[in-house]
Design a protein around this ligand. Structure first.
Ligand code: FAD
Length: 413
């Protein structure tokens, strides 16, 4: 075993790099092990991030990372009704995830973190019930690296986590996502994302078209049932609205990746170990957005890991403050969003139609503009309930669910 590092991070995705950046900035010695040759490759994400969320994290992105600026969203109901939310100035960025991940790893490197690329962590090392390092494979070489704290940011596969005794993702609420980059999109507002609801095209989730500046777009969906490739083909070819916009498009790249929608795993720490990002299912169950929430939690993990090093205490009692802090920040929102996801999954298409219609007719967009927060959707609900328009819509939503006779038995959650 080589000399001991303060903190080893498994995974050079956004969450791993942000934990590394935070801890290195504070003064810890940090090593990141990433299995791929290059940070950010292969990419699998739409990169649709709230500007306010990035600002809260203190992240100013270089121009080349930003592929587009978005002012709102058009929601398409299963039968073709529309609900539009548009603001005067941009609220989200579409980022190039390869460049975004590289930007975060560059910041971490500049703060002193070291990266081992092409280095796959095969297992954690244990001693007296503590995680005390990792076993890494690089090419044919295998070596053991000792550390005081390991931060597991391995993403959705959670292969390593399975071996720790901590509970992993709720398998039944992991959806299979697919995303295509396409060219030559027609009849689309360049500063609006499009969301397509309905069981026929994306059961258990939704489909999206996210425009970039050059008439190209990211087109994707997720589903809990069947082959996502087949659903995407059907969406692009047959959807009555989307197919018209995509009729001249060809796919320039395609990726498949799961999204955990079940809310965070129950325990995200143990002796010598913290778990962050998709590995901990720190993802919004409503939209599948995991970057801003994951980064917010990863920042706390980096801080707590540094505090553990400073106090020379790597026990789970000490490290449990990580979970208390991230729960205080996003726990309520994720819990509410999980319940909303479960309700949404059970609503039949005709009720979704009526809700989209109600939102449009009652002017719910004005209320969302006033009080909505894309990252903290749970706490946004509280002021929204005070508005008669959203109250009516929510009551209808709950009543539809309660009276729905066609709750699919296989709907997840
Ligand atoms: C199709 C799709 C679209 C999405 N769109 C959005 C969106 O628009 N906005 C949003 O906020 N979120 C979106 N998400 C979710 C978002 O991509 C994730 O929440 C985010 O990438 C999580 O970051 P992470 O660092 O936890 O994991 P990852 O990004 O998965 O990074 C994990 C890293 O760990 C490495 N790794 C894994 N195991 C090992 C190992 N054993 N040893 C070494 N390295 C290892 C991997 O190679 C990878 O680099 C989307 C997801 C999908 C699938």
């Amino acid at each position: 075993m080589n000399g001991k590092t303060d903190i080893i991070v498994v995974g050079g995705g956004p969450c791993g790099s942000f934990s590394a950046l935070t801890a290195a900035r504070l003064g810890a010695e940090v090593l990141v092990c990433e299995e791929h040759r290059e940070i950010g490759v292969p990419k699998h994400c739409a990169g649709h991030l709230s500007i306010a969320g990035l600002e809260r994290l203190g992240l100013r992105l270089p121009r080349e990372v930003i592929e587009n600026e978005i002012k709102g969203a058009v929601f398409h109901s299963p039968s073709g009704k529309e609900f539009v939310i548009r603001r005067d100035s941009p609220v989200t960025y579409v980022v190039n995830r390869e460049l975004f991940d590289k930007h975060l790893s560059d910041l971490a490197t500049k703060s002193g973190a070291r990266y081992f690329l092409e280095s796959r962590v095969k297992s954690f090392l244990f001693d007296s019930g503590f995680v005390v390092g990792v076993a890494v494979k690089k090419g044919r070489d295998e070596k053991s690296l000792a550390s005081n704290v390991v931060i597991d940011a391995e993403g959705c596969s959670s292969t390593l986590l399975k071996k720790t005794g901590l509970q992993t993702l709720r398998g039944s609420m992991v959806v299979k996502a697919i995303q295509a980059e396409v060219d030559r999109v027609d009849e689309i507002d360049g500063d609006m994302v499009e969301v397509y609801l309905g069981r026929k095209y994306a059961p258990g989730f939704f489909a999206w078209i996210i425009p970039k500046r050059d008439a190209s777009a990211k087109v994707g969906l997720a589903t809990w049932a069947g082959d996502p490739r087949e659903y995407l083909r059907r969406f692009m070819k047959n959807h009555p609205v989307a197919s018209k916009k995509l009729r001249k498009s060809s796919i320039t790249s395609l990726s498949l990746h799961p999204i955990p929608l079940g809310g965070p795993v129950p325990k995200t720490y143990s002796n010598g170990l913290l778990v962050v990002g998709d590995a901990a299912s720190q993802v919004k169950p409503t939209t599948g957005g995991g970057v801003i929430v994951g980064l917010s939690c990863s920042k706390i993990a980096g801080e707590v890991a540094y505090e553990a090093v400073k106090n020379n205490d790597f026990s789970e009692t000490f490290l449990s403050r990580y979970q208390s802090r991230w729960k205080e920040l996003v726990g309520f929102d994720l819990m509410v969003m999980r319940q909303i996801r479960k309700l949404l999954n059970r609503l039949p298409d005709d009720k979704v139609d009526k809700i989209v219609d109600l939102c449009a007719k009652l002017g719910v967009d004005d209320v969302l503009e006033e009080v909505g927060d894309l990252d903290f959707q749970g706490r946004s609900l509280i002021p929204m309930i005070r508005h008669p328009t959203t109250l009516v819509t929510m009551l209808y939503f709950i009543l539809s669910w309660l009276t729905s006779s066609s709750r699919p038995k296989c709907a997840r959650g």
